[in-house]
Design a protein around this ligand. Structure first.
Ligand SMILES: Cc1ncc(COP(=O)(O)O)c(C=O)c1O
Length: 386
């Protein structure tokens, strides 16, 4: 067996999701805040584009780097929306943002190389790094500072073994959106130490309350040359099951990723790439209502949660998660989440999995009614500790 697996923990998200599923199968109404995916269906025109591709016989392999037309559409999207000038040859399509990130780590890391990951983090980053033979190094953001890390903390974590730093703004699980000047300070440090920046921008469209998203690579030409921009269609276009992500960056990384991908996966399913092509060429009218719904839910879940005694949270600025601190109740987050689902049938993911043992992650990619009912139950659960 691969020894790296010995250090990899089974996912708490899956354990909670399995419990929620079992309760639902027993006819119990579960308020499910565990899922990391939009509750919306994929816009109809995207489904039609994929169906049309199938009907037209688009059933063969594409080049390992992805359908050339899709690579071109990604380069155009990055230019139009993010101010980034990539050639279509500097783009690689992968089987979801997750696979694009894993491929990047496999392409970049040698045994013992370090990757700096701000915590709380998306739970897959450390495991991807370990599977690629690397060592994750965590920099903990302070809960009281909205989980922001500081440039100083980042610089102190960089050693001669550091190969890359992961930035994820808007963040899963905290919803933190860094300001452009903060991102620039982090990225300048990476440039100074000749460390790659892996910028995971999958939640770029979900920003609230007038916050502004910027791509890290757009912050200076030097930063552009050290950044791999990773994104995908899962979240913004409600296409989680299509498994299309992408990365764009300096050709040395993209070529190395292409080599890895050509042996491990080839490109993702051809008809799914045609669907993504349609999405990226512009379906703004179809995604705007979803984005507006996320903003309304963000506001409402925060209002309701902020009223619960003992729960400490701030309004998330992006993504579709809220990450309250439940430390005042005296249970660790795993036990808290277990009891919450058993006693009130509310599914949320323990913060422990994300490097924050006193927090709980609620995804509000669910309907308003579920939010109202779920927060009523969450409040009732918290009141049992009074
Ligand atoms: C921070 C972050 N990055 C990347 C992904 C990857 O998504 P996908 O593989 O569906 O593109 C996710 C999905 O949950 C995520 O939360």
């Amino acid at each position: 067996m691969n020894r790296a697996l010995q250090d990899i923990r089974p996912s708490d998200t899956l354990a909670i999701a399995a419990k929620a599923k079992k309760l639902a199968a027993d006819g119990i109404k579960v308020c499910n805040f565990a899922a990391g995916e939009p509750d919306f269906d994929t816009p109809a025109s995207i489904k039609e584009a994929a169906a049309q591709a199938l009907a037209q016989g688009q059933t063969k392999y594409t080049p390992a780097r992805g359908l050339p037309a899709l690579c071109k559409a990604i380069a155009e999207k990055l230019k139009r929306e993010n101010g980034l000038t990539y050639s279509e040859n500097d783009v690689i399509v992968g089987g979801g943002g997750k696979m694009s990130l894993s491929t990047a780590f496999m392409a970049l890391l040698n045994p013992g190389d370090e990757v700096v990951i701000p915590a709380p983090y998306w739970l897959s980053y450390p495991e991807m790094v370990r599977l690629a033979g690397g060592t994750p190094v965590f920099v903990k953001g302070d809960d009281l500072a909205g989980f922001r890390i500081t440039p100083r903390q980042l610089e102190e974590a960089i050693t001669p073994k550091t190969v890359a730093v992961v930035l994820n703004s808007p963040s899963n699980p905290t919803g933190l959106v860094y300001k452009p000047e903060e991102l620039k300070a982090f990225a300048d440090i990476c440039v100074k130490h000749d460390v790659w920046i892996i910028s995971d921008e999958i939640y770029e469209r979900m920003v609230y309350g007038g916050e502004r998203f910027v791509s890290v690579a757009a912050l200076s030409p030097e930063i552009f040359r050290k950044t791999l921009t990773v994104n995908g269609v899962s979240k913004a276009y409600a296409m989680t099951g299509w498994r299309i992500g992408y990365a764009a960056g300096p050709s040395e990384i993209i070529r190395a990723m292409e080599t890895v991908q050509s042996h491990m996966a080839s490109a993702p399913a051809t008809f799914a790439q045609f669907g993504a092509l349609h999405a990226l060429r512009g379906v703004e009218d179809e995604i705007q209502p979803m984005l507006a719904a996320f903003e309304a839910r963000n506001q409402r879940i925060f209002e309701l949660m902020a009223q619960i005694k003992g729960v400490v949270c701030r309004r998330p600025m992006g993504a579709f998660y809220i990450f309250p601190n439940i430390g005042a109740f005296g249970l660790d987050s795993r036990e808290f989440a277990q009891r919450l689902i058993e006693e009130q049938h509310v599914a949320a993911v323990p913060g422990l999995s994300f490097g924050a043992p006193d927090n709980l992650r609620f995804s509000y990619a669910c309907g308003m009614e579920e939010i109202e009912e779920g927060m009523r139950r969450f409040k009732a659960f918290c009141q049992t500790f009074a």
